[in-house]
Design a protein around this ligand. Sequence first.
Ligand code: ATP
Length: 379
Amino acid sequence: MKSLGSIRRDFAPWNDPNAKPYIQFDNVTKKFGEFTAVNNLSLTIFEREFFALLGASGCGKSTLLRMLAGFEEPSAGRILLDGQDLRGIPPYRRPVNMMFQSYALFPHMTVENNIAFGLKQEGMAKADIDKRVAEMLKLVKLEQFAKRKPHQLSGGQRQRVALARSVAKRPKVLLLDEPLGALDKKLREETQFELMDLQQNLGLTFVVVTHDQEEAMTMADRIAIIDKGEVMQVATPAEVYEAPGSRFVAGFVGNVNMFDGKIAAGEAGSASINAGNGITIRTENAGSAAAGTSVTFAIRPEKIKVSSTKPAGAVNAIEGEVYDIAYLGDMTVYHVRLDDGQVVRASTMNAARLTEDPLTWNDRAWVSFRPDAGVVLTR
Ligand code: ATP
């Protein structure tokens, strides 16, 4: 059997020029009075994709979902599903279902009746409903809880009932607004994998809204980073992390160190960046930035090594002083204050129990990194 990871690695319709988008936001604007919640936004999502909308509170993520579900109409622009303009189509006639932040289970109904509710409303035959409910209970592993009421379940189980209820009608697209918001960290992590399995098994398209970057990174095929109603970048989790397109995205996803400077000299992608105070950074990732361009060099903490002596042959090595150390169990994070005052964050996995090079507060230290380790940002 193929692992979920390998299935997902092979799935990349966005790289196929002949692939037809399934959901299209086409220059969509949504205004509430004078306030613009979504600003001329375009996005495409593919069939069977697990797509995440990631952004800070108030950036317009839920508004996008609500427009797709039909609870709001765009002020301008179009939303297409499988080529069909959705304008004017009421929510219940769209092949889309939404799972809300608060699961909104019916408290007086059993688990099975909660799941059956939408099917009964649709007028499905009783035998078919029973079959579908059993299938759903199995899918979310709640067979033995069928007769319980929501208050007799844990938060994670309630979440699974809500999920079963929202996929029972076999929508083509499931919209999930902060689906794991009510769960504690450990349960969230487990449930993330369950959600991914479910999506894969049912062959559905999932669009999930979250402000939790780890959640988006774990689950999604692609992530759209949204800020103030606009798309900042759409890319796979690895691309968003390793090749952010702007300072905003680099700073929003994960931890990052940024050095502002100017390209001093360079050719064919390699460049020296003059980052002030005698710091020169040599990079192989300068792209087409020409000499004289103001840039930001961004580098992740785990790509920086900290040592008590200057590593022999290091292309980039800057001296400073250990300013802070955070021991997190699986890794240690060093904050090193460079001689110009800037604090650099470097993280090291604690693979062995004891580090060979113990560094402590106020020690002189070197931070070093490879010329291919960071990215050069011009926006
Ligand atoms: P959160 O993560 O907090 O849910 P969000 O990114 O989902 O945030 P939205 O709910 O899409 O944000 O809201 C985007 C902006 O639009 C917010 O500033 C919000 O106050 C505003 N807004 C949303 N709905 C309405 C409405 N019905 N009337 C007026 N303003 C609204």
